[in-house]
Design a binder for this molecule. Structure first.
Ligand code: SAM
Length: 297
């Protein structure tokens, strides 16, 4: 997987050479490159921001600088969109979202078509069939990034992340690239506001790359985790030796050697924990997947 990250603080991503992600790069599973957005500026101050149109506090990241950078990294020619292209993309944000019914709509890059009918046809592209680079912007006002998104994106061959700063980036940037046929995603990593997109990109990158086959030593260890698989529950509690520690005992059933009972105990604990902390996950479960003993509880 090729990963490009654009940021005004590319040094932030030096840590990507550490730990499992560093090893994955050595093994050739992933190739991470951080770019400095200011390399695409032309003024002496290397400015990437300007005041908000319509007034208000703070600064907004300029579309021209981002576009020069993204055009180059995506191998696209600059062009002016025509009025009405892709659900009013040039008018951005609200009108565009309303026209498309969602924010992460993504036409196919392979065709590089700006045909509006194509855009509507590809709101849920199949991640298994690689459709070219996916451009991802962290944004606190976007939809929540989940394990499902991480799983889907782990099948991609090229991800390009754009880190926002200040009050964020000009809303026309994602709209423009959608209209150019690029798959664009905007994700929030949680209901809070960070100073910049660097931490959010690091979070998403770690969640995505650990799902790439060969990334973690034991592939079984990522199969039964929280939020994962056909039944995305919270995981059961984990224990290691010693079984008795500072007056606390590991649940006896886990040392019984009875695998069926251990499985039952863990499933009950996962269901109880999920019902208590994340009832929404239990409600979203397909009832057909619950067995009789689950229902009796
Ligand atoms: N004015 C924006 C708002 O109120 O929604 C906040 C901008 S924030 C200070 C600057 C940048 O940090 C954003 O453009 C985004 O890239 C990143 N960011 C901040 N919080 C984030 C979150 N919860 N999830 C994803 N990205 C976030």
């Amino acid at each position: 997987m090729k990963i490009d990250i654009v940021s005004v603080f590319p040094e932030y991503f030096d840590v990507m050479n550490l730990s499992l992600l560093g090893k994955a790069q050595e093994k050739g599973l992933v190739e991470v490159k951080a770019h400095n957005l200011r390399d695409w500026t032309h003024d002496v101050h290397h400015s990437v921001d300007d005041t908000p149109v319509g007034g208000g506090a703070g600064m907004v990241m300029k579309p021209e600088v981002w576009a020069e950078c993204l055009d180059q990294l995506l191998g696209l020619e600059a062009r002016d969109l025509q009025a009405g292209e892709v659900g009013g993309a040039i008018h951005s944000s609200r009108e565009s979202r309303q026209a498309k019914g969602l924010t992460n709509a993504a036409p196919r890059l392979a065709s590089r078509s700006a045909d509006p009918s194509e855009a509507a046809d590809h709101e849920n592209p199949d991640p298994q069939s690689d459709q070219g680079p996916i451009l991802i912007f962290p944004n606190p006002s976007a939809q929540l990034f989940t394990q499902k998104d991480a799983t889907e994106l782990s099948h991609s061959s090229h991800l390009l992340f754009g880190c926002g700063r200040y009050e964020g980036y000009d809303a026309r940037i994602p709209d423009y690239y959608r209209a150019q046929g690029v798959q664009v995603r905007e994700y929030s990593i949680g209901d809070y506001v960070l100073n910049g997109g660097e931490v959010a990109v690091s979070v998403m990158l770690e969640a995505i790359t650990r799902l790439i086959p060969g990334f973690v030593g034991n592939p079984d260890s990522i199969v039964t985790e929280s939020y994962t698989g056909e039944e995305p529950l919270l995981e059961y509690s984990q224990y290691t030796r010693p079984t008795s520690w500072r007056g606390l005992e590991v649940p006896a059933i886990l040392t019984s050697g009875d695998h069926a009972k251990v499985d039952r105990y863990r499933r009950d604990e996962a269901l109880e924990r999920t019902a208590s902390i994340r009832p929404d996950l239990v409600q979203a479960l397909d009832c057909k997947r619950l067995d009789k003993k689950d229902k009796a509880k």
